[in-house]
Ligand binder design. Sequence first.
Ligand code: HMG
Ligand code: MG
Length: 304
Amino acid sequence: ARSSAVRMVEVGPRDGLQNVKTTIPTATKLELISRLRQTGLKTIEITSVVSPKAIPQLADCRDVLADGNIRGMVNDESLRVPVLIPNLKGLEIALDNGVREVAVFVSATEGFSRANINATVDEGLARARQVAEKAGAAGRAVRGYVSCIFADPFDGPTPQAKVLKVVKDLLNMGCYEVSLGDTLGVGTANDVKSLLGYLSENGVSSSQLAGHFHDTYGQAVGNVWQAYQCGLRVFDSSVGGLGGCPFAPGAKGNAATEDLVYMFEQAGCDTGVDLAKLVGVGNWISAQLNKPNESRAGVALATK
Ligand code: HMG
Ligand code: MG
């Protein structure tokens, strides 16, 4: 039987901050990462190396990667510290900074692919393959993301076969797991069950998959639990429910890490995360960003 323990992938410093309108000082990003590490989180996606025109908020990624404490985390064998990378240019910067894990990302759908990376799905797959092969040859781990698993902001509902094709390609190019992204946050538990059943019938094992659910319609926690029931054991989330992509208009933040840790701990599933400390980080970063804390568990536990 598979372990009931889950692996939490904290994407707050990347997905969480990429869509924030105000300028965030590099020091605040570094402090966020350091505070997240102190909660016991073992996987933290710390930034992306993308076009600063596309994502101005993470234009200081080189300063983040050059920081001494970040270097220490990157070199800590007990941690996974992925960096999101769209192309060879980004990989070169990551490798120059000693990054040991990268994440590549491809949309299942054409509309979002065009908006997000100015390329077709096939072009996106080709770029991801270049990055994955070169990173793999350099001994680095590669994680994959597929976006728009349920719907695309421009094209509408996503056919499951398109998700399968991208998942299989990402696994074939060497990704050790593929994170299924409901970029728009429109899917429900029933959709999760249907897609995971389809992927399983077509030869994709739940051990090769992670769940990445945005919370636009309030379904993210339910979707995570459904995916857990279907065998997934790795989940992406953001502290304080931060997150969103500027190229997916209207989409809200990721599942809040606090909400997932609360849910899993109540179910007896070990997350390795200190919930009280995490709640503190969620309130701290929300205050820094001058925005309400989007984690329901975070707000409830802080005011208890
Ligand atoms: P482009 O304009 O087609 O390509 O952008 P380009 O090669 O002509 O580059 C444009 C400029 O960016 C050039 O600078 C390049 O040098 C520079 P200029 O000459 O104009 O001064 N550039 C770079 N700079 C730093 N790092 C790089 C890099 N590459 C080029 N790696 C490109 C194509 C892919 C670069 C662009 O569209 C891009 O960066 N897109 C990324 C958008 C993004 O980060 N989106 C959010 C992350 S994905 C997401 O949130 C979904 C996810 O969470 C899962 C889910 O929820 O579904 C993962
Ligand atoms: Mg996302």
